[in-house]
Design a protein around this ligand. Sequence first.
Ligand code: PGA
Length: 247
Amino acid sequence: MFYCAGNWKMNLTPIQTKSFAENLLKSLSVNQQDSFVIFPPALLATTLSESLKGSKISWGGQNCYFENKGAFTGENSPQLLTEMGAKYCLVGHSERRHIFGETDELLSKKVAALQSLGVTPVLCVGEKVEERKAEKTKEVIVSQLELGLKLAGKSGPLWIAYEPVWAIGTGLVATVDQVAEAHAILRQALKSWSSSIGSTTPILYGGSVKSDNAAALAKILDVNGFLIGGASLDPAEFFKIYQVSTN
Ligand code: PGA
């Protein structure tokens, strides 16, 4: 299975969400649907899940807190996500780490809280441009992986996303060699971390994926799917990425 996950970030409205779902569903055959996951803003979850009803397209949260209830203004709980039908939740997207200051320690608690309810955490890791220039990519992504999984269950559920910060939303896509190297490093680290799921945990690539660069990236060993930001807002382009990746 090759996954296409769309991270909408802080975009789209209820009306746009309905039209997105209609258009995407029109393009997909039933057996293509379960390759797709959409991460809408939390307030669009109801509209999206109603619009996707009866299909096998999944959706997930872009973020959550690690407690299931309480005085945490502005946050959403893993319990809420699971009751609403979310199958996944992003954890530690680079915008959460670098704009909102989320730490590896906090992310690890989120991973464990989601797993305990059967929601698959998608732990995002990736180096900043200055870290790549200083040849610290391996050190940074392995450390983010190990610390983020510190409290995680070694039998999952779990997905990983490799997203070099300098490639997110910039149009600068990582080269095939750079992606291959990073995914091989992460696969190795996952295998050392868990003998039960280390070789089967999906690792997605994210960072300026578009239909014109997806085919080459999709062929790389250990690229099991994409996490797509900007290009996932247009259902035609989102579907085209899937098509070129699975051809
Ligand atoms: P992008 O975003 O595809 O717009 O670069 C990817 C992401 O942030 O997940």
